[in-house]
Design a binder for this molecule. Structure first.
Ligand SMILES: [Zn+2]
Length: 378
């Protein structure tokens, strides 16, 4: 093993050993800030409620490039099902096991080592590098990047931002994300009248009165999507009615659903379409909405072009540009930066038992990040 690899694995191992389940940072950011301070960064630690955030800055001139990430991880689940202890970096063959190896302590490690190589190699960096980290990405995501964007980060003009989320599907470098769909959730309550199943004339069955409307909600074409986004998708996650016995017509129905929506529509339009469909039927209903993220899209982007060139020269294969997947902190950064992309490790095992990555993937990602930094700053 080379010194280079040694250093990467040591840093990754130290981060994995911090049991940083959301919102607990468990010492990751102190460890990272010590590393960055040795490279000349100025670090600002910002605690918001139970969430740790940090902003580390090197340089003062433009252009300003930000790397955004999170130190928190999802819980390990049933620890007895893991092949190795989840909060210890375990190398088995070429694979590196541990909670956070892919999502996203591996990516943070690559970014730190790539920056160190840049600072070691070049006397002058023509621009500013900012590292923005939170311990609240896998949770409510309120006291993390979302809050930093409205408060502390408004003091910076960020030209380009790379979110280090695991964007790749099967192999390192197969996908860069240049946007994400929006997410809008709703909880619908339908009121009926409970009664004996043998006397339906004395009851109002909420399942029956809602069934035709349910079909309309499912078959509605909310939009057709565009070159970057598939059509908006409406999905039901839970639907509950009935008290568990077979001789009662239930008195109410509750349905939870979610829209993953494209840039062809917005939350207001979707809400009014749903209302229009519901109002066509004579049903007694109420609805609560929760909007967890607007969509964003980065087009004609300098960072995207540089990332694409770096990925293709290091991996020797063509990279896909995509907006699929769930929401990420990119949606918040897009409010203060026009050039936001997401690129990181392979997402196949994230949030699973036996989350892992490989030495090769880590090494390639570090080289890609380094290549991006060299193209941006030297
Ligand atoms: Zn993540």
């Amino acid at each position: 093993m080379t010194n280079d690899q040694d250093q990467i694995l040591r840093l990754l191992s130290d981060l994995i050993e911090c049991k940083s389940i959301t919102p607990d940072d468990a010492g990751c950011q102190i460890l990272i800030s010590k590393f960055l301070e040795r490279l000349g960064f100025t670090v600002n630690h910002i605690r918001k409620d139970d969430v740790d955030n940090m902003i580390a800055v090197l340089g003062s001139s433009g252009p300003t490039f930000a790397f955004v990430g999170h130190t928190d991880v999802v819980p390990e689940g049933d620890v007895t099902k893991w092949s190795s202890p989840p909060f210890k970096l375990e190398q088995i063959g070429e694979k590196l096991f541990g909670r956070g190896t892919s999502d996203m302590k591996g990516s943070i490690t690559c970014m730190l080592i790539a920056i160190k190589e840049l600072v070691d190699k070049f006397d002058k960096i023509n621009g500013t590098i900012i590292i923005i980290l939170t311990s609240d990405e896998e949770g409510p995501a309120i006291n993390g990047i979302q809050s930093l964007v409205t408060d502390e980060l408004s003091a910076y003009k960020i030209d380009m931002c790379l979110v280090g989320e695991p964007s790749c599907k099967k192999i390192i470098g197969d996908t860069i994300k240049n946007g994400r769909r929006g997410s809008l959730s709703g909880t619908l309550h339908i009121k009926g009248v409970q009664g004996h199943i043998a006397y339906p004339q004395n009851a109002v069955n909420p399942i029956h009165i809602f069934a035709p409307t349910l079909d309309k909600l499912i078959s509605e074409k909310y939009d057709l999507g565009n070159n970057h986004f598939p059509p908006t998708s409406f999905q039901i996650s839970n639907i509950n009615s009935g008290v568990g016995t077979t001789n009662i017509i239930p008195g109410d129905l509750k349905m939870e659903f979610n829209f993953r929506y494209s840039t062809e529509t917005n939350a207001n339009k979707l809400q009014s379409t749903v209302k229009k469909i519901l109002d066509l039927a004579t049903i007694d209903y109420s609805i609560e909405w929760s909007h967890s993220g607007e969509p964003y899209l980065t087009e004609d982007s300098r960072l995207l072009k540089i990332c694409q060139e770096s990925v293709e020269s290091i991996t020797n294969h063509k990279v896909a540009i995509s907006t699929d997947g769930g929401t990420s902190d990119g949606r918040f950064m897009a409010k203060i930066c026009d050039d936001v992309i997401e690129f990181g490790l392979v997402n196949e095992t994230i949030h699973k038992i036996d989350e892992h990555t490989t030495i090769e993937n880590i090494k390639k990602l570090k080289d890609i990040y380094h290549s991006i930094l060299v193209k941006l700053f030297t």
